[in-house]
Ligand binder design. Structure first.
Ligand code: GLA
Length: 388
């Protein structure tokens, strides 16, 4: 569904629930990461783009000091937040992301007043396409617009990241930055230490195809935090601020002091940063063969050194790579342990590849993989409804 359709639908739902029209709205997209995986919390480079799927927030003021939240994605789940009481995290509640955003704004000394809110999104949940970042960023952009706060897109990303931490995941900054700052037709090359952005034009003769393995492991959050810890330990042992400050030479010199796992995690981060730069070069030179080799190397490193892939995802990547050199490049994308594969496909081959991958996956695992096509989309926007 495109952004305007999401908005129209959300506005109608809002009216039928609250009996009045919404007056303001915001939209923020999900993301797919093209390369630079598990580097963001190591002060490294990432290169995602926003996708054509996202979350809208619509709302209007009420006369109470209360935020009321409803979502189409979680029917009948109305929750409230009383602005005069301390904000706490609820057990298993989707509104923690919204509570977190409000808490961060209040902590900045900003005065808010009560609103009725409705949320609707079309990002497949749990697929690793950042539905939670899109929700937080959309709501942060909404509050920023409604209360005329003038925060920058990067500020909104940082607010959203703090909200995600409040909700319980100790994530890096990649997802929120791209959801907030993305530019149509471009990848966002982000230095996660300085938050410096460079927009890298995406090649017009490539389609972005996302294949959802439909497999999700329970361990995701625990394993994610564990990887983070291993990286922090490795950096500490090497006397560095973070792993992105290390070279392969430093790593070799410190090999004896690191556990086998810390060594592998660090090697992934160092080589992944280099692959990010290699991808920029390949895109600038229109060199698809190098692009494909680099994406494949990223996948192998995430599989072998970072150990965040799974058999089903490896099968999808192998199937796409076998499709034909020069036609498609692929790797696991996102946090891992299931989720999605991203493929960059030469124009004209996407339909055939789509069919072949779906069939092979069904035959091997009996699972229907879902495929989404997307363009590199724009980041978050505030939209007064009267302008729609
Ligand atoms: C998740 C996190 C991001 C990033 C990726 C891995 O999506 O939210 O911050 O660490 O995993 O690259």
């Amino acid at each position: 569904m495109n952004r305007n359709k999401l908005l129209q639908f959300a506005s109608r739902q809002f009216e039928s629930i609250y009996g009045k029209k919404p007056t303001c709205a915001a939209y923020a997209p999900g993301r797919v990461n093209i390369i630079g995986e598990h580097t963001d919390y190591n002060g490294g480079l990432v290169m995602p783009c926003a996708i054509d799927y996202g979350t809208v927030v619509v709302g209007t003021f009420n006369s109470d000091n209360v935020f009321r939240f409803r979502s189409y994605n979680i029917p009948y789940a109305q929750e409230e937040l009383d602005l005069s009481t301390p904000i706490t995290r609820y057990e298993n509640s989707w509104t923690n992301y919204l509570r977190g955003v409000i808490k961060v704004f209040l902590a900045k000394g900003i005065t808010l007043r009560g609103m009725d809110i409705f949320v609707y999104g079309d990002i497949p949940h749990g697929a690793g396409l950042s539905s939670s970042a899109s929700l937080e960023v959309s709501f942060a952009a909404f509050i920023n617009g409604v209360f005329d706060l003038n925060f920058t897109q990067s500020d909104l990303a940082l607010i959203a990241q703090r909200a995600e931490h409040f909700a319980g995941c100790n994530c890096g900054i990649m997802d929120q930055m791209v959801s907030s700052c993305a530019k149509e037709g471009n990848l966002l090359k982000l230095d996660c230490e300085t938050l410096n952005i460079e927009y890298i034009p995406f090649l017009a003769d490539l389609d972005i195809m996302i294949i959802n393995s439909a497999v999700k492991h329970d361990l995701v959050e625990g394993e994610y935090n564990q990887r983070r810890k291993e990286c922090e330990n490795a950096a500490k042992i090497m006397n560095l601020k973070n792993l992105s400050k290390a070279s392969l030479d430093d790593l070799a010199k410190n090999k004896d002091k690191l556990s086998a796992q810390e060594f592998k995690r660090a090697r992934h981060v160092i080589t992944e940063n280099a692959r990010c730069l290699a991808t920029v070069k390949a895109l600038k030179e229109g060199d698809f063969a190098s692009l494909a080799t680099t994406l494949r190397a990223s996948h192998n490193s995430l599989r072998d050194d970072y150990e965040v892939s799974i058999e089903e995802i490896d099968f999808l990547v192998d199937t796409i790579c076998k499709f034909g050199s020069g036609k498609a490049a692929a790797r696991i994308t996102g946090g891992g342990f299931g989720g999605c594969v991203v493929a960059l496909v030469q124009k004209g081959y996407a339909e055939q590849l789509h069919r072949e991958v779906i069939e092979a996956y069904k035959e091997k695992y009996g699972i229907d993989a879902e495929v989404y096509f997307t363009k590199a989309a724009n980041g978050a926007q505030y939209l007064p409804i009267t302008k729609l």
